[in-house]
Structures are given as structure tokens and as C-alpha cells.
Design a binder for this molecule. Structure first.
Ligand SMILES: [Zn+2]
Length: 328
């Protein structure tokens, strides 16, 4: 009886029927024992699992500047538990995702780290979460190794702000400095804020580099190709960085935006991790308007990997346009 057959037998018989149909042999009993059909069955039964790690390295260029995007991991959470649209009815978050034709079961928050080569400098923009968030993050070192880059070859790190998904990779699980030859840069307002108000973890990281922080401010030009741009609100000293080469440029938005749908369709929404919400919203609106007007090429720490795209106006709000993956 069919209902007593084990599931694998049912699948086997369906597979055989489907295979016959595909071969144009349905109902041709004489061919039931052919080696061709047996091969089709064996292939369906024995194909290896496709599970495994995703690639997390993408090479590109900004003019003559070589760059790589690395994925460090990321978070995923149901829309109702997400940090977006605080104060809005929770179902509006899922509805906004649905309107953009993206899955509504999870809001994804990847961590993507940018590396650029500027002459003799290899500069990282943040460090991933390191050991701070367990298996959710901390893949940067493995990605660097896969790209043939040793931690000791990194000469500069722009710490855009003091949130664990951005600075956690500065130290390893034993509290040792990971990138031993890197200069570390942070906006002076960010350093001052976390020195005065940071929790124990933030202070541990600040103190690990005591006397070594190179404190920077908006408008400064660093390392021959980087422009520091103040974008306050997410944290009191949060920065973006412009990277320029000839007529080409890339604007690293960092955490002005956090989701490629929600931050653009609803820049006015309160985001839980924006420390100064009103300032962050004003910054987000101004930056998106400017990017749309300028057709700027942008990178975002939490955009879908490899985190490259552009911004366009969509009615009264905006839309993130993903830059196609280029293989050569
Ligand atoms: Zn972040």
C-alpha cells in the first residue's frame, strides 16, 4: 500500500516517473531497465549536499585604487524584533519589505568590511565583530587569509564608530591586538564620547590603544585618498569616508543606512541603534538626497554583500540600486 511505503521509496518512484517523462519514454515499459534511467535515479539519490560557506570576498577598483569587500558575517531577525521603525506598528516593517519584493521572514544585517590599497598603505574600514558576537561574525581574518593578506600587513584602520560589530575585531579572544602594524583612526568626538560614557567593553578597546589613537575630524584628508566626512547621529562622532581616485570615487556610508530596503524607503523611521535619533534621521535624509542627486557610488557596512550600489529617488523617499557583480 502506498501509504505504508517509506518516504524514500515514494520519492524514488516519482523520480523514475519524472525521469521517464523527461526522456520522452513515459509508458514505454521496454525501457524500464535501461541504464540511462538507472543513471538518472542514481544521480538524484546520490548528488552531494550543496550546503557550505558562502564566498565573502569581492575585488573591485575605485579609479586606480584596488579594493576588496569582505563579509564578516551578520545578524538576521524577524521584522517584529528588528531595530527598524521603532514606534511604528510592527506589521509595517514586514509590509515595507514585501513592497520591495524581499523576503519578509527575516531582516538581514550583514557586516561588510572594506579594504583599500593606497600606495604603501593597506587600509581597513572597521574590523568586523571579531569574537564579540560569537559565530554570527568574526570571519574577517579567514577572509583576509583567503585573499593572501596577513593581519600584520594592514597599515591603517579607520574605526568609523564605537559599536561592537565595527570595532570588535581590533582584539582577539585573548585581548591581544590583531593588526599589530596598523595606525588606528577615530573621530575625536567619538573618542571623547566613549571615553566619558562608554561601557566596560568599549573602554577595554579604547584603553588597548591608549596613546595610539590618531584623532581625526571632518574635512581631513588621510593617507593620500581618503576624505573624512562627519555624519553624526548614529553615534556622536560617526563618520563616513569618501575615497577618491581621479574622476572616480566611492562614498562609504557606514551606518547612515542599515538595511537596503527599510533605510531607503523610510529614512524617517527611528532606528533603535541610532544614539541620537533626530540627528541620525536628518543626516540620513541629507546624505541620501545628496547621493541621489550626485549618482554617487556607495558602500554600506550593512548593505547586501558586496555592499556596492547607488541611490535613486523613489517618490518622496529613496531606493537602493545594487551594483551588479562583475566577474572580470
Ligand atoms: Zn553597524
Amino acid at each position: 500500500m502506498m501509504d505504508t511505503l517509506p518516504a524514500s521509496s515514494v520519492r524514488h518512484s516519482v523520480s523514475r516517473r519524472d525521469a521517464l517523462r523527461l526522456l520522452g519514454l513515459a509508458g514505454t515499459g521496454a525501457f524500464l531497465g535501461s541504464s540511462l534511467v538507472r543513471a538518472a535515479d542514481a544521480a538524484i539519490a546520490d548528488a552531494p549536499s550543496l550546503a557550505g560557506a558562502q564566498p565573502g570576498t569581492y575585488r573591485f577598483s575605485i579609479g586606480t585604487i584596488e579594493a576588496i569587500a569582505f563579509n564578516d558575517g551578520g545578524f538576521a531577525m524577524p521584522p517584529a524584533d528588528s531595530p527598524f521603525g521603532i514606534g511604528e506598528p510592527r506589521e509595517k516593517v514586514a509590509a515595507a519589505l514585501d513592497a520591495a519584493l524581499v523576503p519578509t521572514d527575516k531582516v538581514r544585517l550583514p557586516f561588510n568590511v572594506l579594504l583599500v590599497r593606497l600606495g604603501a598603505e593597506l587600509v581597513l574600514f572597521d574590523t568586523g565583530s571579531g569574537p564579540a558576537f560569537g559565530p554570527a561574525g568574526g570571519r574577517l581574518l579567514g577572509q583576509l587569509e583567503a585573499a593572501g593578506i596577513k593581519p600584520g600587513q594592514i597599515t591603517g584602520i579607520i574605526v568609523t564608530h564605537m559599536h561592537g560589530d565595527h570595532f570588535g575585531g581590533l582584539l582577539d579572544a585573548q585581548g591581544e591586538i590583531v593588526f599589530k602594524n596598523a595606525k588606528v583612526f577615530m573621530h575625536r568626538a567619538e573618542h571623547a564620547h566613549w571615553t566619558a560614557h562608554g561601557d566596560a567593553n568599549a573602554r577595554k578597546y579604547l584603553e588597548a590603544f591608549a596613546g595610539k589613537w590618531q584623532l581625526i575630524a571632518g574635512g581631513e584628508k588621510l593617507l593620500g585618498g581618503l576624505e573624512i566626512i562627519e555624519a553624526f547621529g548614529h553615534t556622536p562622532g560617526h563618520i563616513m569616508v569618501g575615497i577618491h581616485s581621479g574622476s572616480d570615487s566611492l562614498l562609504h556610508l557606514v551606518d547612515v543606512v542599515h538595511n537596503h530596503v527599510l533605510s531607503f524607503a523610510h529614512p524617517e523611521w527611528v532606528m533603535k541603534f541610532d544614539a541620537q535619533s533626530d540627528t541620525a534621521i536628518a543626516t540620513r535624509k541629507a546624505v541620501l538626497e545628496r547621493c541621489a542627486a550626485d549618482r554617487s557610488r556607495v558602500f554600506g557596512y550593512h548593505m547586501p554583500f558586496p555592499s556596492l550600489g547607488r541611490v535613486r529617488r523613489a517618490g518622496a523617499a529613496y531606493e537602493y540600486v545594487i551594483e551588479p557583480w562583475v566577474s572580470a
